[in-house]
Design a binder for this molecule. Structure first.
Ligand SMILES: Cc1cc2nc3c(=O)[nH]c(=O)nc-3n(C[C@H](O)[C@H](O)[C@H](O)COP(=O)(O)OP(=O)(O)OC[C@H]3O[C@@H](n4cnc5c(N)ncnc54)[C@H](O)[C@@H]3O)c2cc1C
Length: 384
């Protein structure tokens, strides 16, 4: 492995891989370190709702179209169980070919890995970053690969480890005391490219159109999520129908159920010079509005764009990183607040808000400008 680089990216998940590809397109010398033996997880059960904005970025990186083809979301239907108010966001109203696209994490990762293989990025798999430090001259990464420890240098280290442990700054954490149960289901009624977000007493329940069926993200208290995951198929599907309602008919389970604990994690700017965190390493969100990866991809895109404009020679310089943090602050803060507020607003802990929530949804339903605002925020983020 070459010891000296323009930029080292730690973490070959979808955000780190996208950054490495974006930098490679600018002619930077990039090394991507991925702790797993194979860059990225093929077996991750998550299904991601990509915004139209993310599609545009992936197109620029040459990673679109994906295979199997993502399922387009033409309509998003938001409602609350045991309360009035319902809102529909449509692609036609947003004047877009689709509001978003549903893709499996593994399929996205495969496409990124294939693009990396045809790029100039040096990918080091099975290579875990142990520690990162920096000074005014250079950044350093201590790594371990096949039992051998060594140190690499670069002008900038971008950490995209998903918040796995390379914490370089203070991290603000809030445990949502919720878990997300994730699996594929089918229903009697076809999805017709509609996505549903239903706020229940237990937490939000999302059904995303995925191929011929649905990707389910069902949020509940950890104990309840574990119980749901352990139910037999018939009991599980009956519970799902009870929580979602009857409009799609009976459900059938497809594949395994997985449970993810949920918390909000926001990292402050790293103290070490020449280091930056992006994606989940910078902010880990509740999946309620499907914003985590979309926000992380915007982090990656904006960092690569800034380095293209300013040049890679001093990519880790204070001035460039100051600009990056200032440019990203509004989008990051607005997206974190938007996601976190949805959870607080629809929490059963504040039941007296139920009528207000219904009114809010009803207002959105009748005010096209407000609906467009929400749709644009979900599709493009807050650009400032
Ligand atoms: C249930 C659920 C549903 C979600 N749905 C959506 C959605 O619909 N839309 C959306 O936009 N987002 C969604 N998200 C969020 C999304 O999954 C994340 O935001 C996204 O995966 C973050 O990507 P990342 O590359 O930053 O981190 P990760 O995907 O966690 O990847 C990090 C990578 O870094 C590697 N790594 C870790 N430590 C090291 C180390 N020390 N050295 C080297 N490599 C290391 C790991 O092996 C991994 O490959 C959802 C999340 C959950 C839990």
């Amino acid at each position: 492995m070459d010891e000296s680089n323009d930029i080292i990216v730690v973490g070959g998940g979808p955000v780190g891989a996208a950054l490495a590809l974006g930098l490679d397109k600018q002619g930077c010398k990039v090394t991507l370190l991925e702790a797993r033996a194979q860059a990225g997880a093929e077996d991750d059960a998550r299904t991601l709702a990509l915004s139209h904005g993310s599609r545009l970025i992936l197109e620029r990186l040459g990673v679109w179209p994906l295979s199997p083809p993502p399922t387009a979301i033409m309509e998003i239907n938001v409602s609350q169980r045991s309360g009035f108010g319902r809102v529909e966001l449509t692609a036609a109203e947003a004047a877009l070919p689709a509001l978003g696209y549903v893709v499996e994490y593994g399929a996205l990762q495969r496409a990124l890995t294939a693009a990396l293989a045809h790029s100039g990025v040096q990918v080091e798999s099975g290579c875990a970053a142990l520690a990162v430090s920096g000074d005014t001259q250079q950044a350093r990464v201590a790594v371990e690969q096949a039992g051998v420890r060594r140190e690499l240098q670069a002008t900038l280290v971008a950490i995209a480890d998903g918040g796995a442990g390379l914490e370089l700054s203070q991290v603000r954490t809030r445990d949502y005391a919720q878990s997300a149960l994730v699996c594929d289901v089918a229903s009697e009624q076809p999805h017709r490219n509609r996505a549903f977000e239903r706020f229940t007493d237990e937490g939000p329940l999302a059904l995303l159109p995925n191929a011929q069926g649905w990707a389910l993200v069902w949020t509940a208290r950890p104990q309840r999520a574990a119980q749901l995951a352990a139910l037999d198929e018939a009991a599980f599907c009956a519970q799902l129908r009870q929580a979602f309602g009857n409009s799609l008919g009976a459900f059938t389970l497809r594949g395994r159920r997985r449970v993810f604990p949920l918390h909000l994690k926001v990292a402050a700017r790293p103290v070490a010079p020449r280091c930056v965190q992006i994606g989940n390493a910078a902010q880990t969100l509740h999946p309620v509005a499907g914003q985590g990866f979309n926000l992380g991809l915007r982090d990656a895109f904006e960092l690569a764009r800034l380095i293209a404009v300013r040049g890679a020679a001093d990519a880790g310089g204070n001035e460039l990183l100051n600009t990056f943090f200032n440019q990203r602050r509004f989008d990051r803060t607005a997206t974190i607040l938007f996601t976190d507020s949805l959870i607080r607003l629809f929490s059963k802990d504040i039941p007296f808000l139920m009528p207000a929530r219904g009114l809010g949804l009803a207002a959105l339903a009748v005010i096209p400008a407000a609906r467009k605002f929400v749709a644009r925020r979900m599709i493009f983020g807050a650009r400032g």
